[in-house]
Design a protein around this ligand. Structure first.
Ligand SMILES: Nc1ncnc2c1ncn2[C@@H]1O[C@H](COP(=O)(O)OP(=O)(O)OP(=O)(O)O)[C@@H](O)[C@H]1O
Ligand SMILES: [Mg+2]
Length: 304
């Protein structure tokens, strides 16, 4: 891992982050009248694990899609290691940015090993004719790819399942396989979209260790997750998206302690919310039926 000793804005207790690998500036994505992402700036440096959190529909996946060439942002720029990223996903992968998907995208009828081999195609130079003619160059490249894919399966803990069909893996293992496939493109930055969704606590814990191990190999990580314990244990920095805008960014303690973040997750009660009045009425009626008259906004009995 390269470290840039000129970087000074680090958090105590975390490894010194290095050069900026991802630099997203003013990223905006509109779908017709809906602004899903609005003017978002975000950087990720080598050696860092950065979290991206926010309520459902906040624009997190859309932002990832803008970073990986699936969408061309309506406004803004995305640079990877100082170069503008092209608006095509295979070129983004070739440039060094890999990702996993919120809705798992594996080749269900291929084996686990074959899925990882597919992930290597941006790194193999062997072209079409080489594959058809199957000369010595092709066999050499294939052997190297297989060795690397096998190594990656071991790294994520799936080597026993190499010959299984992807569709027969339990959900948690499919997520791990997506990570192995993403790593097969030898990225410098890995984007994970809800890597622990559907996992049990043990699997989540193992994924946490896996992400630390990925970081320790010199790969910067940007991760979306709803599991707050996972995010706050793992991340050097966390950015919060709410309704497409970045609300706050900081270390775990800062973000956890910010009242706006709590409000964004719980939702603030609307003034004169008819739903709230209805709920209070139901609650009061239930209390009365049980013989415990309860305070209501209309008729308070005591001044507690
Ligand atoms: N291709 C699209 N066309 C139109 N609207 C879209 C499209 N993709 C996303 N949206 C809208 O953009 C908003 C943000 O969606 P997005 O999937 O990015 O949210 P998210 O933060 O990833 O949510 P979740 O936590 O539920 O995954 C939503 O209102 C969604 O309906
Ligand atoms: Mg999403």
């Amino acid at each position: 891992m390269t470290t840039d000793t000129t970087t000074t804005d680090t958090f105590p207790g975390t490894p010194t982050p290095g050069r900026t690998v991802l630099d997203a500036r003013g990223v905006t994505m509109r779908f017709g009248g809906l602004t899903a992402v609005s003017g978002v700036d975000l950087t990720v440096r080598s050696g860092e694990i950065v979290g991206l959190i926010g309520p459902n529909g906040a624009g997190k996946t859309t932002f990832f899609n803008c970073l990986t060439g699936l969408y061309t942002p309506t406004e803004g720029e995305v640079r990877y290691k100082d170069k503008l990223l092209p608006p095509q996903s295979f070129k983004v992968t070739a440039a060094g940015v890999a990702r996993t998907f919120q809705n798992i995208r594996l080749f269900a009828n291929m084996t686990v090993l074959e899925n990882v081999l597919v992930g290597r195609h941006t790194r193999t130079k062997e072209g079409f004719w080489s594959a058809v003619l199957r000369g010595p160059g092709f066999h050499r490249a294939e052997a190297t790819s297989r060795a690397r894919a096998t190594e990656l399966l071991q790294f994520v803990g799936l080597s026993e399942k190499a010959d299984h069909l992807a569709r027969n893996l339990p959900y948690g293992e499919q997520r791990k396989l997506e990570i192995a496939r993403a790593l097969a493109s030898e990225p410098g930055l890995l984007l994970l979209d809800e890597p622990t969704a559907g996992m049990n606590p043990q699997e989540t814990r193992a994924t946490e260790e896996l992400v630390f191990a990925i970081r320790d190999q010199g790969i910067a990580v940007l991760v979306i997750e709803h599991d707050m314990r996972f995010i706050f244990n793992l991340c050097d920095r966390v950015a919060v998206l709410v309704q497409g805008k970045k609300l706050i960014e900081g270390d775990s303690a800062t973000v956890q302690g910010d009242e706006r973040v709590i409000a964004a997750y719980l939702g603030e009660p609307l003034e004169n919310d008819p739903g709230a009045a209805e709920a209070a009425e139901v609650e009061a009626a239930q209390a009365q039926a049980a013989g415990h008259p309860k305070d209501t906004a209309a008729g308070k009995e005591t001044d507690r």
